[in-house]
Design a protein around this ligand. Structure first.
Ligand SMILES: *[C@@H]1O[C@H](CO)[C@@H](O)[C@H](O)[C@H]1NC(C)=O
Ligand SMILES: *[C@@H]1O[C@H](CO)[C@@H](O)[C@H](O)[C@H]1NC(C)=O
Ligand SMILES: *[C@@H]1O[C@H](CO)[C@@H](O)[C@H](O)[C@H]1NC(C)=O
Ligand SMILES: *[C@@H]1O[C@H](CO)[C@@H](O)[C@H](O)[C@H]1NC(C)=O
Ligand SMILES: *[C@@H]1O[C@H](CO)[C@@H](O)[C@H](O)[C@H]1NC(C)=O
Ligand SMILES: *[C@@H]1O[C@H](CO)[C@@H](O)[C@H](O)[C@H]1NC(C)=O
Length: 476
């Protein structure tokens, strides 16, 4: 709207002249040149020209003047319309600013927030949109002023779209969730106050590393931590957190994606803090020759894995990246004989719980059913062995918490179910049903960390984390 009126008028005048000039058609029948030339003594060329016998076109100029006048009046009208629209637009710009403030305020605070407010904002946006469309259809032409107006309108509609996208972010739903969560937190706190004040028979908290609970009650939603550092093609692997009972608060995260063939464990990375892990920062990367399958685990700064192509267990010192011990697991089926459902080469699945190091596997004698052995982590000797009645290739993975094996099977592409338990403390097996949500189709490994009571899950190249909830001991 900054363009002066004079420039606009000039533009109109020019276009008026261009439109009303009658010469091209009128001139065709009138020969205004009949030239005869002579060259004189001095070598100069002389010729006479006969101009057509026309008087000065007063009528044409008159017509032109009248036209300019009408156009000027129309321009004035258009301009006043534009000015009017500008004013309207200014009001709407202010409205948009006001709406933006409102939305921002709504984003920041949940206090003065109501659903009605949001409806109001939406209504205002719709109103503005209507105006913009109206302006677009009304103002056609190639005037620079109009062009500018168009740009402003475009900018306006962009702003409206932006506001709309704010709505699409579902502020309302998020607020509701926050309110729900807040309520849940309050309820939880109240419950805790209740249980802790109602005479300490039931223990509300189960500190990490201890086993004074009655097993898994439920599991949280998955937290997607990141894509593994080698990328999307590395669909097989494992990850977890070292558990060192003497320094349980020490952070050591390990990520061990297998090579894309889903068999060889060749590279792994260590991160000394959770933040480093999240940012793929300060990693210590090492190479092994070779591990097999994604049954790897880490315990007290040593990594345990199935030595490639054998029924041997390897123990690797993470400080020096050297295999300090290699020992055969007696009778263990190997070479992809009884791996898990959907995951190849995981004949041996190492596990850590509050009591130490375990290995989950199968033997020919067990006809493919899961065998659990507790290991002496110093010597890798088998301390004790339990035979279950659960066929290993029909479960997708397993882990051990407080001496209880939990086996997992897929329900569909989005959910798994912890469906089977084997308690090595009592030698009893059991059926439970706890649903685990997953983000991708196949779960390649599950590692339980007693240090934080979380499950570290490798899910088609993604690293997921779950919180476990335990139930109190059943009152007998
Ligand atoms: C040009 O002028 C000559 C004589 O000066 C005349 O004979 C001829 O007709 C004229 N031509 C035209 C096209 O008027
Ligand atoms: C924008 O908000 C200001 C201050 O709240 C108010 O004075 C003004 O009238 C509002 N403008 C519109 C167009 O609603
Ligand atoms: C429209 O927005 C663009 C980018 O934000 C800006 O450069 C331009 O000056 C604006 N046009 C008008 C007419 O306000
Ligand atoms: C629970 O107890 C704590 C302190 O004992 C108190 O600050 C908190 O308000 C209580 N919560 C509820 C919901 O009663
Ligand atoms: C388990 O947790 C999920 C949310 O993760 C919840 O929907 C479900 O109701 C819980 N089940 C039990 C038995 O507490
Ligand atoms: C593991 O083996 C070492 C060395 O033989 C021994 O000192 C230790 O007591 C054993 N641990 C268990 C739990 O048997």
């Amino acid at each position: 709207m900054k363009l002066g009126r004079a420039a606009g008028l000039l533009f109109l005048l020019q276009s008026a002249v261009a439109v009303t000039d009658p010469t091209p058609t009128g001139a065709r029948n009138e020969p205004y040149t009949n030239v005869t030339g002579i060259v004189d003594d001095h070598g100069l060329c002389q010729c006479s020209v006969h101009l057509p016998d026309n008087t000065f076109p007063v009528q044409k100029v008159e017509r032109l003047e009248i036209l300019i006048q009408t156009l000027s009046i129309r321009f004035d009208q258009e301009l006043s319309k534009v000015t009017q629209y500008t004013k309207t637009i200014e009001i709407y710009e202010q409205k948009i600013r006001n709406v933006t403030y409102k939305v921002e305020a709504m984003e920041k605070t949940s206090v003065s927030y109501t659903e009605l407010d949001f409806q109001l904002v939406k209504l205002e946006i719709a109103e503005m949109e209507k105006l913009v469309t109206q302006l677009k259809s009304t103002l056609t032409g190639s005037n620079i002023v109009v062009e500018q107006l168009y740009e402003e309108i475009r900018n306006l509609s962009l702003m409206v779209t932006e506001l709309e996208s704010l709505d699409k972010n579902n502020i309302l739903a998020i607020r509701r969730e926050v309110v729900t969560l807040r309520n849940k937190l309050r309820d939880c706190e109240r419950d805790r106050n209740y249980t802790s004040s109602s005479g300490g028979s039931s223990i509300p908290h189960f500190p990490p590393g201890t086993c004074n609970h009655g097993g898994i009650l439920n599991i949280s939603q998955p937290y997607v931590i990141q894509l593994n550092w080698r990328g999307f093609a590395y669909k097989y692997g494992a990850w977890g957190r070292d558990y060192s009972p003497l320094t349980p608060e020490k952070d050591l995260f390990w990520v061990a994606p297998l090579n894309p063939d889903g068999r060889y464990l060749e590279y792994y990375r260590l991160h000394r803090s959770y933040d480093d892990l999240l940012l793929y920062k300060n990693a210590k990367e090492s190479r092994i020759q070779y591990g097999e399958g994604s049954g790897t685990t880490v315990y007290r700064n040593y990594m345990y894995f199935n030595a490639h192509g054998s029924r041997d267990m390897s123990k690797l010192d993470l400080n020096t990246n050297t295999v300090v011990l290699r020992k055969t697991l007696p009778d263990a089926a190997h070479n992809n004989r009884f791996s898990y459902a959907g995951v190849s080469w995981q004949d041996m699945d190492f596990a850590v719980d509050e009591n130490g190091l375990w290995v989950i596997y199968s033997t020919e004698a067990s006809i493919g059913n899961i065998v659990i052995s507790r290991l002496n982590e110093t010597t890798l000797e088998v301390l004790d062995t339990w035979q279950t009645k659960q066929y290993k290739p029909s479960v997708s993975n397993a882990f051990i918490v407080c001496g209880v094996l939990y086996a997992v099977r897929p329900l569909n592409t989005r959910k798994e179910e912890i469906f089977y338990t084997y308690d090595t403390n009592t030698g009893k097996e059991g059926r439970i049903s706890i649903t685990i949500d997953k983000v991708m189709e196949t779960i390649q490994s599950i590692n339980y960390s007693p240090g934080d009571q979380k499950l570290y899950v490798y899910n088609d190249a993604y690293l997921l984390l779950y919180n476990l909830f335990f139930q109190p001991f059943p009152l007998l």
